[in-house]
Design a protein around this ligand. Structure first.
Ligand code: ZN
Length: 333
């Protein structure tokens, strides 16, 4: 196992997402965790906030979670602060950490974390969960899109449901929280590019996830604060030319794409779309194309229901919103 005893993680929020995030980080061997939250444990929290018991009701969550985590992970160095993260303290709270995980249910705080993480160059994992839906996004500051590239700003109060308002199942918070931990470990690992640049939506009812690429947005106020030579915004003209294509993945290839049945990529023709698929999910293209890059004989690819062999093969152009279907021949007899 990777030695993460010196890894420093910041967790913002010790509620429904924060509990599984804290457990997941500690179980992964992350040695130093800073936890920020100003809430107290309420009876209604207990069904999903698995670090707390009835005797914790009324206590500060940071104190109850510290007691619980220190018993189970005696080597963990846990630094807690009973503060509500906001614009006045975020830079101090983020100082010196290797990764920050947003486990709040406050959209405003999510943007505050995103913006300051980008400004300070701290990799971040944003996340949210509501009823049976979850979203997760990993951000590599200066190297790719951030959460504000995706959404220009937080919604107006009352425009979105919060956990408190809409309710969230413990199982759903656990699922999304642990996915956030995986994403954070990915950002800290050998191939951080695979953990950032897209948003993952989680469908809790079907048990499926879906990755949607997020282009870096020119004019993003968070990214504008940070300029790095390695970071290139897509120009508006490139964005217009780069068509969004949905690729339907057959069951036999889903192990390459995290079990998803559909992957969104950019590309102006079938070849570019398959290259985009390979870039996001290495290894899959070899199952579709041979060493010369031609379509394998036992694979059919349909562009908007048409077999590309009867069109321009891999050069078949794709329009915005096109759908590619990969259909392997089923061996049988
Ligand atoms: Zn941005």
């Amino acid at each position: 196992m990777t030695d993460r005893s010196h890894t420093r993680a910041l967790v913002v929020g010790a509620g429904g997402l924060g509990c599984p995030v804290l457990l997941g980080l500690a179980e992964a061997g992350v040695g130093r965790i800073r936890l920020v939250d100003d809430d107290r444990v309420e009876l209604s929290n207990l069904q999903r906030q698995v670090l707390y018991g009835v005797s914790d009701v009324g206590r500060l969550k940071v104190e109850a979670s510290r007691d619980r985590l220190e018993r189970r992970f005696p080597d963990l160095s846990l630094e807690v602060e009973a503060t509500r993260l906001d614009a006045t303290n975020v830079s101090r709270v983020l100082d010196g950490v290797d990764v920050v995980i947003d486990a709040t249910d406050d959209p405003q705080a999510r943007f505050t974390i995103n913006d300051q993480a980008v400004a300070q160059g701290v990799p971040a994992v944003l996340g949210g969960v509501i009823r049976f839906e979850g979203v997760i996004m990993g951000v590599q500051p200066g190297k790719g899109p951030c959460f504000r590239c995706l959404f220009e700003g937080p919604p107006e109060p009352g425009e979105v449901m919060t956990c408190a308002g809409a309710g969230v199942l413990g199982a759903m918070a656990g699922l999304v929280g642990h996915l956030q931990v995986q994403r954070a470990l990915g950002l800290l690992g050998d191939r951080p590019d695979e953990a950032a640049g897209y948003i993952t939506t989680v469908d809790g009812l079907r048990g499926t996830t879906r990755d949607v690429p997020v282009p870096a947005r020119e004019g993003c106020t968070a990214c504008a604060q940070r300029t790095a030579s390695s970071f290139h915004f897509m120009t508006p003209s490139t964005q217009e030319n780069s068509m969004s294509v949905a690729i339907k993945i057959p069951t036999s290839l889903r192990r390459f794409v995290g079990g998803n049945d559909q992957i969104e990529v950019a590309g102006q023709n079938v070849r570019e779309a398959l290259d985009g698929l390979e870039a996001a999910h290495p290894g899959i293209k070899a199952k579709i194309c041979d060493a010369q890059g031609n379509l394998r004989r036992f694979i059919n690819v349909y562009a908007d229901q048409e077999d590309i062999r009867f069109l321009d093969n891999l050069e078949t152009p794709l329009g915005e919103g096109a759908e590619l279907q990969i259909v392997p021949a089923i061996a049988g007899g």
